[in-house]
Design a protein around this ligand. Structure first.
Ligand code: SF4
Length: 350
């Protein structure tokens, strides 16, 4: 799993044998230190391993120093166009810089950013997206294609390498899932750099979740990618939750798994609110466990036999089951309580 090269942002390793990490980006004004610090703290609680902040001006660049005084989570400075902001953010204590060397200006400016990042020992993410590809590459490929995105990344890597900088990770995000998938596959096949995965500008939350899950999930399932950011037109906490959920669904992060059936004409309980309630309580419990909520006792325990514990509806009363075997019959109104008292009676992880 992951790329061959490893980089380090603050106390977090990216690439090589490091675990896959989750990122999100604050949407507060970075210069609002109190508001930004509060949001960063929330994002950490939601499972973010690194957090990116926008640096549109010098006040924001300086704010990174203040933010870093009270937190250990790596802060990534997101810079567009102005190399002076990247230099200041790095000097202020940013743990990583995200730029597009192609839109930073002349090569002397790229060198200034490479030099300060070398001096501060911090990596750079080259963030290529559909809108950042040079006119010459677009002309060569006739538009935004996976090859065009790959070439753009290689061009930007070359710019940094020219100034002896190779502490790099790369992203090639498109709003098209298929273009994104193909561009990352090219990078994975042809380079050793850690890859930051994401599908960008995905639309509203629902479609964004679908596109990100397919794009990020398909790559991770093939062992491609080292750190992920789910981009949603929604509060960043939702991005963090979604990122962690994608990793959990692929077995890449510990946590609970809820198995619940889609319901059918055999369903003997009001399953949807019960499943939501169980999920909320599993979230609070914070243990690695697989739990099933199934509509009927006839098929439920068998269909969910890989669950550590489960409940299923029935005629008049439901059942509690463990690894597919019915443990006892339970009055309908007591199913969730019985489930959690059984889980809590067992020590440790499942
Ligand atoms: Fe239908 Fe029972 Fe399967 Fe749920 S567990 S889908 S209710 S057969």
């Amino acid at each position: 799993m992951g790329s061959k090269k490893q980089i380090i942002a603050g106390n977090v390793k990216i690439g090589g044998d490091a675990r896959i990490t989750v990122q999100s980006m604050t949407n507060t004004k970075t210069s609002d230190i109190t508001g930004t610090a509060a949001q960063i703290k929330r994002l950490e609680e939601y499972g973010c391993d690194m957090i990116r902040v926008a640096v549109p001006d010098m006040t924001a660049a300086n704010a990174i120093g203040k933010l870093k005084e009270n937190m250990s989570v790596p802060i990534i400075a997101d810079i567009h166009f102005d190399h002076k902001l990247a230099v200041r953010a790095a000097e202020a204590g940013a743990d990583k810089i995200r730029i597009n060397p192609g839109n930073i200006g002349g090569e002397d400016r790229v060198k200034a950013v490479a030099d300060v990042c070398s001096r501060m020992s911090i990596p750079i993410r080259i963030g290529v997206n559909s809108g950042s590809i040079s006119a010459s590459i677009l002309e060569k490929y006739g538009g935004v294609t996976p090859e065009a995105m790959y070439d753009s990344a290689i061009e930007h890597i070359g710019l940094l390498n020219k100034y002896d900088f190779d502490d790099i990770c790369v992203s090639v995000k498109s709003s098209s899932v298929l273009t994104t998938l193909a561009a990352y596959r090219l990078l994975d096949e042809r380079t050793d750099y850690p890859l930051h995965l994401g599908v960008t500008e995905t639309g509203t939350e629902y479609m964004g979740l679908v596109k990100s899950s397919i794009g990020i999930g398909a790559l991770l399932a093939d062992g491609i990618g080292d750190t992920i950011r789910v981009s949603l037109t929604a509060p960043p906490e939702r991005e963090a939750e979604a990122g962690v959920a994608i990793l959990r669904a692929l077995g890449l992060r510990a946590g609970y798994e809820l198995i619940s059936c889609p319901t059918c004409g055999r369903c003997g309980i009001d399953l949807i609110p019960i499943a939501n309630d169980v999920e909320k309580r599993l979230n609070e419990l914070g243990r690695s466990i697989t739990v099933a909520v199934m509509g009927c006792a006839v098929n439920g325990p068998g269909e969910a036999s890989r669950a550590d514990y489960g409940i299923a509806g029935g005629a008049g009363e439901g059942v509690l089951f463990k690894k597919g075997k019915i443990v006892k019959k339970v009055p309908m109104g007591m199913l969730v309580e019985e489930l959690f008292s059984a889980i809590e009676s067992e020590e440790g992880e499942f």
